[in-house]
Design a binder for this molecule. Sequence first.
Ligand code: AHM
Ligand code: MG
Length: 333
Amino acid sequence: MKRISLTRHLVEEQRLNNTIPAELRLLIEVVARACKTISHAVGKGALGEVLGSAESENVQGEVQKKLDILSNEILLEANEWGGHLAAMASEEMETIHPIPNRYPMGEYLLLFDPLDGSSNIDVNVSIGTIFSVLKARDGMEAPTEQDFMQPGSKQVAAGYAVYGPQTMLVLTTGHGVNCFTLDREMGSWVLTQRNMQIPEDTQEFAINASNARHWHPPVTRYVNEMQEGATGPLGKDFNMRWIASMVADVHRILNRGGIFMYPADARDPGKPGKLRLMYEANPMSMIVEQAGGAATDGKQRMLDVQPTTLHQRVPVFLGSKNEVERVTRYHQE
Ligand code: AHM
Ligand code: MG
């Protein structure tokens, strides 16, 4: 196999499509390097004394794990000094993190969920890092939260790393989706899948069914129809998978299709769904669209949702196009 490194891929994509200027390439490489460090810490587990709760809560009232905090610090430190960023925002931080004055300020904004799938950290199931890159407004002097309030369609890059049996990095800069596998001996990211494509049709769905009694009618209808199988209105049998790590569920869908749903439900109208728009739904939706799939909040294209706050939650429906369109249609009917 001819080995193409992440760096070479980025340089060649810049030559071909002119979408990865040097600063953005630096940004992506720095994030990818930080993901290697996180992968290493995750891989050590109990031996690194990194498992367990940190006995603190994030701004969303969720208990933080030690690895949540460590991963956040790794990403912050890695990205501060390069001169490529104006500010960062994270699931684990209440407010934005402007680049300290001692470093030059760049033109990009970086958002991340440093370690997604918190409930799986201590049980050795795949977890991951999700990131999203926006451009800061021209002539910006001091970044504010308002500068981050851009719809997902404005993302210039998005990606995730999945820490599973293999550590992989999935990346888009708006010209398709490519996957890199971490060569642990060499410490390098090697291109292993080019131009990933999600099949338009699927027979596999992912949803946390323990919430079924709280779902809104369009979701109940859709899941019931899938469960009715070949003799039901959809005319085919469906299989179900739920890893409870969005990265791992999305990674499966990128490889063999499927539909992932985290709907809003009737419990708390102030909490529309569980997943966060800015650093979970948007980057994953860009990746899914770039791979030929679709992503909505049940009503509209996810990438068109205008954000109003950094940590806002959204219902998420993403994956194989025809199924995402179906459940979105059910919301309109
Ligand atoms: P987290 O950011 O606190 O890890 O929560 C996000 C995770 C997603 O990875 C996953 O899809 C979902 O929450 C799992 O939810 P549930 O615990 O309801 O299964
Ligand atoms: Mg998360």
